[in-house]
Design a protein around this ligand. Structure first.
Ligand code: HEM
Length: 126
């Protein structure tokens, strides 16, 4: 139940690396997501590894380099519709499986990311 243990419990840095690589491999191919992401996802993936490390209770790597995440504000330039929220979460669910993140962590991580993804929506369906 302690958030601080999730990062270590799932396998630390190696597990976060597997998860983020599996996730952006899917984003890069997803018809609803591809158009709003950069072609080269190297830097995006690097930042997401930093963010998720601290989100899971590991070292605060994202804040150290970029300051407060202000995630909703950072997503404002991108039209995030309910369809794109669903697409993001589909990619993440598949990535959690591929990276072999185990229960009960997989489900609790996915629940927290679902809440965060809902918070990122900023555009109604066109
Ligand atoms: C950045 C889309 C949800 C965390 C981005 C970028 C896009 C994007 C287009 C910019 C990529 C770049 O220019 O490098 C989306 C969409 C979402 C979503 C469509 C659907 C709801 C989330 C969620 C999280 C998250 C739930 C939290 C885990 C981040 C982070 C960055 C980012 C940490 C990098 C911010 C920075 O530039 O420092 N996202 N995102 N996103 N996203 Fe999301």
């Amino acid at each position: 139940h302690q958030q601080g243990n999730v990062f270590e419990a799932i396998g630390g840095e190696e597990a976060v690396d597997r998860l983020v690589e599996a996730f952006y491999a899917r984003v890069a191919q997803h018809p609803d997501l591809k158009p709003i992401f950069p072609d080269d996802l190297t830097e995006t993936a690097r930042k997401q590894k930093q963010f998720l490390t601290q989100f899971f209770g590991g070292p605060p790597l994202y804040i150290q380099e970029h300051g407060h995440p202000m995630l909703r504000a950072r997503h404002n330039p991108f039209p995030i519709t309910p369809t794109r929220r669903d697409a993001w979460l589909d990619c993440m669910a598949a990535a959690l499986d591929e990276a072999e993140i185990e229960e009960p962590y997989k489900s609790s991580i996915f629940e927290r990311l679902t809440m965060t993804a809902n918070h990122m929506m900023n555009t109604p369906e066109s």
